[in-house]
Design a protein around this ligand. Structure first.
Ligand code: PMP
Length: 369
């Protein structure tokens, strides 16, 4: 058996997908070619691309008036590509950003280079919630507190802060378009496209390998890119060319396509949501019952995907990681900016992985607590 892999990303992929890719490595479906060796304009790759898009549309129930784009540059490139494409829409070069952790803070900073970009709300300072002090970036600013300008072209939010472990999904119906970074929770739960006008994600967590960026955008937001937007990053040109404006990341698209087919065999996004809820509850329940481990995120916005936790004795961090690795539990080290541990439990990790983690943590606590 392979060890359980808790990496935040690039992260675990379904074994079935890796095995299928291995079988098809030298000869895809009798074509005599590896997917990596095919022209992106040939009929074989066009089939792979079309099926990947359709499967993604089916899984997320993407409405027909949305374009699905397969791009490159990762989510951080979108921090610039979003404003270059959307800032001009309402004619004022304005947008508002909700900052709820490290990733949305980066998005906000980068966007400021392109126009009049302001904070709608921020959770960077600590606050009181239910008589508890919540540390900065361990809570989410509720939509009733957002300051959104009527003249803004869009509001940007991050659905799941991968480092802080803060997830929010109860989006308001805004009068300006809502753009959501779903890099670390795409396909783990439904996206309500009646409230979300654009969603984007680097693929390397829940959707496939690194190298592919997924953009799902309402078609009537296309066509307003600024003069200086690179053509290859102009949503309208990318949409019009079926993501073939330039050579797309063919192998990552193929791999993501295999992940989408795997998800369908597992019961789709609804089944994943249920499973992710079960997995995360198991770990949170244990964390809350223990004085040895601690998760500081406000309970109503705890992430189902990325669960950071601290040891009461930080001097044991290195030992915890070394023993976890020996027990077949990989990549549990927390992000360098916050320290401690982080268990990322994406779609491809089954409940058994979280059960193994909790059993290990109990054992470690019994020995060192
Ligand atoms: N947003 C979120 C929520 C992320 O988790 C990450 C990567 N961990 C990024 C943005 C940046 O993604 P990329 O490395 O693909 O630029």
């Amino acid at each position: 058996m392979r060890p359980w892999n808790f990496s935040a990303g690039p992260s675990v992929l379904p074994v079935d997908v890796l095995e299928q890719a291995a079988r098809e490595m030298l000869d895809w479906h009798g074509s005599g070619m590896s997917v990596m060796e095919m022209s992106h304009r040939g009929k074989e790759f066009m089939q792979i691309r079309d099926e990947a898009e359709q499967d993604l549309r089916d899984l997320l129930q993407v409405p027909d008036d949305f374009a699905v784009l397969f791009m490159q540059g990762g989510a951080q490139a979108q921090n610039a590509i979003v404003p270059m494409n959307l800032l001009g829409l309402a004619g004022h070069n304005q947008a508002d950003y909700v900052v709820s952790g490290s990733w949305s803070k980066k998005s906000f900073k980068e966007a400021q280079r392109y126009g009049d970009v302001r904070l709608a709300a921020s959770s960077e300072a600590s606050t009181e919630i239910n008589q508890q002090t919540q540390a900065g970036f361990s809570w989410f600013p509720t939509p009733d507190t957002w300051e959104v300008r009527a003249t803004s072209s869009y509001v940007h939010v991050c659905a799941n802060e991968t480092i802080g472990g803060v997830e929010f999904n109860d989006w308001p119906l805004l009068s300006v378009p809502l753009v959501v970074d779903v890099s670390s929770n795409i396909l783990s739960r439904p996206i309500d496209f009646s409230k979300v006008d654009m969603a984007y994600a680097g693929a390397q967590k829940n959707a496939g390998p690194a190298g592919l960026t997924i953009v799902i955008v309402r078609k009537d937001l296309l066509g307003g890119a600024s003069e200086y937007c690179p053509s290859a990053f102009n949503y309208d040109l990318v949409a019009k060319s079926q993501s073939m404006f330039n050579t797309p990341p063919t192998y990552p698209i193929y791999m993501a396509g295999l992940v989408f087919k795997w998800l369908k065999t597992q019961g789709g996004v609804a089944a994943m949501e249920q499973r992710n809820q079960q997995k995360s509850e198991l770990l949170y329940r244990y964390l809350d019952s223990s004085d040895f481990y601690h998760n500081q995120v406000e309970p109503s916005v705890r992430s189902r995907m990325n669960i950071p936790f601290l040891l009461a004795k930080p001097e044991l961090d290195a030992l915890f990681l070394a023993e976890a690795e020996k027990a077949g539990l990989l990549q549990l080290k927390g992000h360098k900016s916050v320290g401690g541990m982080r268990a990322s439990i994406y779609n491809a990790l089954p409940l058994a992985a979280v059960e193994a983690l909790v059993a290990f943590m109990k054992d470690f606590e019994a020995k060192h607590g």
